[in-house]
Every structure is written in C-alpha cells, then in structure tokens.
Design a protein around this ligand. Structure first.
Ligand code: CTP
Ligand code: CA
Length: 225
C-alpha cells in the first residue's frame, strides 16, 4: 500500500498538517463540536509521509490511528491547536485541514450546569476563536506554501476565492459537503489559487491526498529546487 521507495518527491521537506474538529468545552460534561471526521487530514498526513516528508500532524479529537512515520500532537480546542501550530514552525508547507470551531463558550464553567427545575434555559455566550490559518499567513514564520481547506454547502468556488483573499493563503482546497457529506469516504475538490481553479474528479480521500502531494511537491520544487 506504500508508494515505491524511489518515489519520494517530498524527501527533505517538512510539512505541517492540521486535522479533525476541535471541541470547545461548555462545562466539564458538554462541548461544542462539528461533523469533521479527520479522515481527509489524516489521509493527507499519511500521503505526505509516504512521499518522504517529515510530517507533524496537529490533530483534534478523532479516534483514528496515527499514520506510519507521522509525528502526532493531540489537541482539544482551537486555542490549543493555535499554540501547537505556532510551536511546530518552521515548515516548508502547512496544510490546514482541521475544521476549527469558529466560536467557543465565552466562559467555561468549572462545574456542571444544572437544571433548576423551573424551565429556565441557561444563556450560552460565545467568543470568536483565533483564525489559525490567517494568523499563520501574517506570521514572520509563514510557510512558503500555505494551504487552507474549505467545506461549503453552496457557491463553492466563489466562497473559496473570497477565503483565499481574506486569509492570505496560497491555495484553498474547496469541496461541496452537500455532494460529499462530511465524514464520507470521497471528496470532489477544487484547488483555488491566484492562477485559477483546478477541479478534480470525485476520488477516495486517500487518492485526493496522494494527488495533492504531487501538486505540493511540484510547487515546492518550483520555489526552491
Ligand atoms: N481555520 C483556522 N482557524 C479558524 C477557522 C478556520 O485555521 N478559527 C482554517 C481551516 O483550517 C481551513 C480554513 O481556515 O483551512 C477555512 O476554514 P473555514 O471554516 O472554511 O473558514 P472560515 O473563515 O471560518 O469561514 P466560514 O464562515 O465558512 O466557516
Ligand atoms: Ca469556519
């Protein structure tokens, strides 16, 4: 199942990958989360290692095995993920596949919130999480190739182009989660960059990952052979 040993186009490169959801605690027994399975991000980390890269995977809470040859750091929240991403730099490329929660509970309660029997519903105030990708784009340690992912339900290309500009990354890998639901086995991705849109057929997540590694290797070879 491994790529042949003589085909290691990312040998000598260091890649940072984020994957999975984040969990944002409300109290000790409850959290805010999303439907990310981590499968695409883990497949990308696996393909990067197969292609010879040194791979650091910052993973949200998902019950997936660590791919061979990958160094994995587990985190729970977006704030923890931001800190581990910062600590992992420098990297030749960063591939931000994680579905980072946009908001966390404004104050996490130390004790379980209890029903008081009166039908009173507790308020849930939210605070915005740091944008890890946008922060990396502005950082002095910005990786030469910075890639974001975007799961959209409509106007996929338009949203991806807007995100590319807003976040300051080099590529957005966009997919339509109404056609390929989150947690599924396939993805039909569109790679949006300043050079245009590269749309691929629907492929298993492992095939998307391998094809993406070829494209990343070509791009890195162009910039620093
Ligand atoms: N991202 C991030 N930190 C966040 C939110 C998103 O690093 N707090 C990254 C994701 O890992 C992904 C990219 O930004 O690579 C796009 O995420 P997405 O959720 O699609 O973008 P948002 O700006 O949060 O827009 P939306 O309103 O569509 O959720
Ligand atoms: Ca978001």
């Amino acid at each position: 199942d491994f790529a042949p040993a003589n085909h290691r186009p990312l040998y000598g490169r260091r890649l940072l990958v984020t994957a999975g959801p984040t969990h944002e605690p409300i109290d000790p027994v409850r959290y805010i989360a999303n439907r990310s399975s981590g499968k695409q991000g883990f497949a990308i980390a696996a393909a990067a290692a197969e292609a010879g890269a040194e791979v650091l995977l910052v993973a949200g809470p998902v019950p997936l095995p660590t791919p061979p040859g990958v160094v994995r750091i587990d985190v729970e929240t977006a704030v923890e993920m931001a800190a581990e991403v910062e600590a992992a730099l420098p990297a030749d490329a960063a591939i931000m596949v994680a579905a980072v929660a946009d908001w966390r509970a404004a104050d996490t309660r130390a004790k379980k919130i209890k029903k008081d029997g009166s039908g009173h519903v507790p308020p849930l105030a939210l605070a915005e999480n740091p944008d890890i990708l946008a922060g990396l784009a502005r950082s002095a340690k910005r990786p030469p190739l910075l890639i974001g992912f975007a799961a959209e339900t409509n106007d996929v290309i338009d949203h991806a182009q807007a995100k590319l500009a807003r976040k300051g990354c080099d590529w957005i890998v966009a997919n339509d989660v109404s056609a390929d639901p989150m947690g599924g086995e396939t993805n039909r991705v569109h790679i949006v960059s300043k050079d245009g849109v590269d749309s691929w057929d629907r492929l298993p997540k492992q095939a998307v990952a391998r094809k993406l590694m070829e494209k990343i290797a070509d791009e890195l070879d162009k910039c620093s052979p």
